[in-house]
Design a protein around this ligand. Structure first.
Ligand code: GDP
Length: 140
């Protein structure tokens, strides 16, 4: 098994409810290590750039408005198969469809306000980590 790094975002619905620690505990319990972390309040431009792949989707504007509605916590998580492991711990996009015990099932408010983002593949993980962090910020 390979050690990977993935980009995680704890979204504004979770910072608003002051549950970032509870979410980080889920990552750590799953064997994922926080090797970089910063609180940020995304600008409209940053949100649009980060979610550019969804530009044509009907929910794009709503998503960017939501992601700029409050602070987020951006993180790099490291561990064995970290990208897929994190996606498992997060659960399905829509909390209503997410498995029991997943972050989105337990904490998500809606398909949009679903508490966490996680990269979905090695290429996007590298790109998304580079969007927020420099090598010097990541301490494994
Ligand atoms: P993810 O990889 O599981 O985060 O899902 P996607 O890449 O498909 O979508 C990105 C984000 O857009 C999701 O995490 C949600 O916050 C939001 N989103 C996805 N589908 C919908 C939708 O149908 N409506 C709205 N309002 N937001 C959505």
């Amino acid at each position: 098994m390979a050690i990977e790094r993935t980009l995680s975002i704890i979204k504004p619905d979770a910072t608003r409810r002051n549950i970032t620690g509870a979410i980080v505990a889920r990552f750590e319990e799953a064997g994922l290590r926080v090797v970089a972390q910063r609180r940020a309040h995304l600008t409209q431009e940053q949100a649009e750039q980060f979610y550019a792949v969804h530009r044509e989707r009907a929910f794009f504007e709503d998503l960017c408005t939501f992601m700029t509605s409050g602070p987020v916590v951006v993180q790099v998580l490291e561990g064995e198969e970290a990208i897929s492991r994190n996606r498992e711990v997060m659960g399905a996009t829509n909390p209503a469809n997410a498995d029991e015990g997943t972050i989105r099932r337990d904490f998500g408010e809606s398909v949009e306000a679903n508490s966490v983002h996680g990269s979905d593949a090695p290429e996007t993980a590298a790109e998304e980590i580079g969007f927020f962090f420099s090598q010097i910020d990541i301490v494994g």
